[in-house]
Structure formats: C-alpha cells, structure tokens
Write a protein that binds this ligand. Sequence first.
Ligand code: CDV
Length: 323
Amino acid sequence: MSESRKLHVGAAQLGPIAKDESRAAVVERLIALLHQGASVGCELVVFPELALTTFFPRWFTDDIAGHDHYYEQSMPSAETQPLFDAAKELGVGFALGYAELTEPDAEGVIHRYNTTVLVERDGSIVGKFRKVHIPGHEADEPWRPFQHLERRYFEESSEGFPVWRCFDSIVGMATCNDRRWPETYREMGLQGVEMVLIGYNTPIHYAPDPGQNALQGFHNHLCMQAGAYQNGTWVVGVAKGGTEEGVESLAQSCIIAPSGQIVAQAVTTGDELISAIADLDWCNHYKETLFDFARYRRPELYQRITSQKGVIKPPADSGDASS
Ligand code: CDV
C-alpha cells in the first residue's frame, strides 16, 4: 500500500503590532516563529493578514497616500529579505499577508491590494493572492469607536481564487473576510484544493451590529469548518489577535481537517505557533464520497450564484411559493 502524503503545517499567530513598531522588529518576531516551526518539523508556516504592520485601516486619512508607508513596494524588500533567507536556510516555506503597492500599470495607475505571498521551502515565490471580498467602508465614519476603512485603502482583486501545485499538494489562499463566503472555498474546491491558507484580523467589536460581538469566535470557526468539510480540504486559519492600539481582535487560530474538525487551536492571544501533520489524502475521503462534485453537483441550477449580486425577492403578491 502506498504511503499517504503528509504536510506538516504551522499556524503562526501574532499578537498585536504597535503603530510605531518597526518592520525590522516585526520580521524578527516572524523569524522566531519560523524557527519554532522548524524545530517541531513544519514544512510550511502561515502568518496572518497584514502581518508586517499594525492594522492601519482603522484610521482615516484624507490623502490615501498618507498611509503608503504601511505598504510594501516589492516582495521581498530589504526589510523582509531576512525572512526569505531564514526560510531557505531552514527549508520551511511560509505564507505572509501584507499591504501591496504595485508599480504603475500600463495607464500609469498604482494599485493597492491586501495581499498574501506564498513562498516555497527554497525561498522562491510560488504565487500571490489578493483579497477578493473587501469589508468595511470607504468614507470617514467618526461615529464608530474605531474605523474599518479597508474599502478606502484596498482595491478588490479581480484575480479570483487560484490554486498552486506546491508543497507536494494543491494549495490555495484567502484573506480574512474571504473566509466568510462559501464561494471562496468552492472556487478552490473545484480546482482540487487540498489546503487553504487564511490570515485574519477580526476586531471583536462589530460596530454595524454589536450583537454579533459575542459570536465572533463561533462565526470564525463555523465558516472555516464548513468550508473545509464541504470541499474536503484542510484549512489553516491564522489570527493577529490581542489588543492592538486599543482594539481587541479575535485570536483562536486553528488548523481544520477535511472532516471539518479542528485538530489544533491557539490558546493565547499573542505570538504562538501551533502545528499539525496534515494527511493530504484524507481530503479524498470527502472529495470522493459525499462531495464527489462530478457526480452530485447541479451547476445548471446554480445560475443565480454567478449572474446575480444582491437579493431579488419574489414580488410581494406572488403568494406562498411552496403552496
Ligand atoms: N480584516 C477583515 O477582513 N475583517 C473582517 C471584519 C471587518 C468583519 C472579518 O471578516 O473578520
């Protein structure tokens, strides 16, 4: 019988990053976590969304360029090169979330994305994922105790959810709010994904509906566990947790099996590495039975999912559809 494929993966949760913490200091923290990962045998370590800076979309600036010092103009940069060097030296790959400022495009336009770079064990870049579902708001909303201006500081990606053959597996990525949307996982599930890497910054206080505050941890796990199970894939969810610049964010980083079960979970709200040996062939138990897409899906009946954005209710006088 052939041996099953295994990938030892680490989730490197970060505690808060202060506004005045230097990139060099943050990269040192990341390298320490990478070393921890190497010492327990990890081949891949996943860092959170926007892992190089404080979560700057909580502050409004009139001139967006006033926040450009929070973005990376190249990857690796001089400041992140030591992380790439450590990865190569240790033979441990990583995924790292950061704010990306692009070169001018053909029309001379610079773009800002909420990006994650995936790096192989030899330090080479496998690919980049740019966040698709950008939450929050565009304009100043001073009524909030803190703001969530991602829609001001980041463009929505139009590149969708690619997957890559790497780490002897099929790997995809998503970023924070992307994890709440079933389409995220299904897009990758339809490409045979075996491991989805997700970094997040989730403030506990949700200003538009504070009734959801107490459910943040539940909803975090609910959506990632469902995504894992319904697509027969591993999911690695990694937080920047703790109280950063006065804002408390959810921790509870976790590694989820294709069964939907959490097999490892962080117990602190600070820098913490958890890991699991992911049996990639376990994915097939779900991909080849209940979620055998080729056999059971009915895409001809799912037209609304790609043709329609918002809700269109039946006309008020249409009666009870079930009668
Ligand atoms: N960084 C995020 O995308 N945060 C969102 C919040 C705003 C709801 C999240 O989905 O956790």
